[in-house]
Design a protein around this ligand. Structure first.
Ligand code: DGY
Length: 331
């Protein structure tokens, strides 16, 4: 082993993080714009101490078995559903993520998607480009009002709260939320009310998803849930694509069961070009860019680098997903 820990960075991340990594580690950086293929990632894992992974790098138990000396996986994301965390913990591998720094950027994007779908902005843009716009139309392009409506937040964590705050403070919306935990701050500051999912779906004008993806939440919004929603409702998803049954969403949008949807995430990513969703006028789909601002990605890169370096040198990680691994960390 070299004096500096050997690490593999599975994509070019902002220099704010790469510079720290290069200074502290013996780093190999994957420069291809596409993720390393699974067999390449496995071969890299054979002799590294640390890995910077992206949400496109699947790290399950079978893959981790190819990493005999790996001490840390530092995910360049707040979400870590690409990593089998219990399998890492069982092997003494620390896992880091990038919480906090992308909260505002993601909440801004969720709000941007909400307005875009409610006011049919992308559809209008396409209409203009197609040359179909002939005159001002009293009955054309009618969307949904925002002020004073009800936002339903599924998963009232940091990002859910930040969106709820924008909706309540800026647009005077009533806030409902569904979460296993009570968010006392949201209740006292925003007057938010915790309700079960059926109530939230029935009473909300806008439903925004901010839940983690796990076995309990996968497919949590499907045909039965769309039926409960208002016909004027808009669904926003900036969390993870598999929270939603995408085929049921396409059916709900096509049949008018709900008004529109606005997605920053899909299942899979990217969606197949023959996915029925892509043919519908009442859906907006962004390419998973909610955290994509210069400042946010720089801050993510810094935390990611600090987690990696702490993991390689046996220090506590600044943003540690599995601190319970501490007593049995690999040295
Ligand atoms: C995350 O951080 O989990 C996002 O999906 C990408 O920024």
């Amino acid at each position: 082993m070299s004096a500096k820990g050997k690490v593999f960075v599975s994509r070019i991340i902002p220099e704010a993080g790469l510079a720290l990594i290069r200074a502290a580690c013996n780093a190999e950086i994957w420069e291809d714009p596409l993720p390393p293929p699974a067999d390449v990632l496995r071969s890299k894992l054979a002799d590294i101490d640390g890995l910077v992974s992206l949400l496109t790098d699947k790290l399950d138990a079978a893959v981790l078995d190819h990493a005999p000396r790996l001490k840390v996986v530092s995910n360049f994301a707040v979400g870590f559903n690409n990593i089998d965390v219990p399998a890492c913990t069982a092997r003494g591998i620390a896992v880091g993520n990038t919480p906090g720094v992308l909260t505002d950027a993601t909440a801004d994007m969720a709000f941007c998607l909400l307005i875009a779908a409610a006011r049919r902005v992308v559809e209008g843009h396409q209409y203009t480009l197609s040359g179909a716009w002939k005159t001002w139309e009293p009955l054309g392009h009618l969307g949904q009002d925002l002020a004073g409506r009800t936002i339903g937040i599924v998963g009232m964590g940091r990002i859910g709260y930040a969106l709820a705050r924008r909706c309540q403070r800026g647009w005077d919306m009533k806030v409902l939320y569904h979460d296993v935990y009570k968010n006392a701050n949201a209740e006292s500051e925003l007057g938010a009310k915790q309700v079960d999912l059926p109530t939230l779906l029935r009473e909300s004008d806008f439903v925004s998803l901010h839940a983690d993806l796990n076995d309990a939440t996968r497919g949590m919004i499907g045909a039965a849930q769309f039926k409960r929603m208002k016909r004027s409702a808009v669904l926003i998803n900036t969390a993870r694509g598999p929270l939603v049954d995408q085929k049921a969403l396409a059916d709900a949008l096509k049949s008018g069961t709900i008004f529109a949807a606005s997605l920053d995430v899909t299942d899979p990513e990217p969606p197949s070009m023959d996915d029925p969703l892509l043919k519908l006028p009442n859906v907006v789909i962004a390419p998973h860019i909610a955290s994509a601002t210069v400042e946010t990605r720089n801050r993510m890169a810094e935390i990611c680098a600090k987690n990696l370096i702490a993991g390689v040198t046996g220090q506590p990680l600044p943003a540690w997903v599995n601190p319970e691994v501490a007593p049995k960390r690999r040295t």
